[in-house]
Design a protein around this ligand. Structure first.
Ligand code: SAM
Length: 254
């Protein structure tokens, strides 16, 4: 294993990321943002976070655990900033660079290759539950943010026992644990919300589905595809039976 905490995660976030890039190229660039956000939120969730982040023109913005760069690409297109993407899976980081033209580095969130206080804003979407070192990832986000900088989070939280197996390598915090971790890393929460993961326009969903179907057509028999489907299916089932919630938060670096 190279970087992540399970081989199943490497299939989902590495191999499938590369396939997603190929499918976007085949179907057209208007598919890039919806397909690139498949692993996280809806457009409504991105908008809620972006509104809370007080993005000034020229703000220095980091996306930690950026995946194939869909959320960062959305932020660039909608809010006129140029996020820097950090992502441990090289295939995903490369896809983000090529699809959205954004600066991308291969890095774990616990070891960001940036000086202290080099960003005004950061977001980290669907990432904290994929690492056991949540405190390390939050400490790094605090280190690279300037005092008073803002952090946006999408975290899948579980307040009780899960009804079915978690995706391999995932560890879902409770909301109370997450709040304590944020305090411990010197972040002050200023707003929270439940994400409605279905809150995207119909053409967004159609494009994301088209890319997924194209990936399935090309790679449906590959064990890595089946493994990634199983992983994302587990999250979907836990969300739909209420074991998991998609929690959004905006915090200020104190
Ligand atoms: C569910 S995906 C979300 C991707 C992207 N943020 C989005 O919202 O579309 C989780 C991402 O976290 C990355 N990841 C896993 N462990 C990480 C860690 N320790 N530090 C930073 N990123 C990590 C994975 O490679 C994957 O790209």
């Amino acid at each position: 294993m190279s970087e992540l905490e399970s081989e199943a995660m490497e299939a989902e976030f590495g191999t499938v990321a590369g396939w997603t890039e190929d499918a976007v190229r085949a179907l057209g660039p208007e598919h890039a943002i919806p397909a690139g956000c498949r692993g996280s939120g809806s457009e409504g969730a991105l908008r809620w976070l972006a509104d809370g982040l007080d993005l000034a023109p020229g703000a220095r913005v980091l996306d930690s655990g950026a995946g194939v760069g869909g959320p960062a690409g959305w932020l660039a297109a909608e809010r006129g900033v140029r996020p820097v993407c950090a992502e441990p899976m090289a295939a995903a980081a490369g896809a983000g660079r090529r699809l959205f033209g954004l600066p991308s580095v291969v890095a774990l969130g616990q070891a960001l290759p940036f000086p202290d206080a080099s960003f005004d804003v950061a977001w980290c979407l669907g990432v904290l539950c994929t690492t056991s070192d949540k405190a390390g990832a939050l400490a790094e986000l605090r280190r690279v943010l300037a005092d008073g900088g803002r952090l946006g989070l999408l975290v899948f939280v579980a307040d009780g026992p899960l009804s079915a197996p978690a995706p391999e390598g995932n560890e879902f915090p409770s909301e109370a644990e997450l709040r304590a971790l944020l305090r411990g890393a010197r972040f002050r929460l200023t707003g929270t919300a439940e994400a409605d993961l279905a809150d995207s326009p119909p053409e967004w969903t159609e494009r994301a589905d088209a890319v997924e179907a194209e990936v399935a057509r090309r790679h449906g028999d590959d064990p890595a595809f089946r493994e990634a489907e199983e992983q994302s299916g587990r999250v979907g089932r836990l969300l739909s039976d209420g074991s998991l919630r998609a929690w959004l938060g905006v915090a200020v670096a104190g």
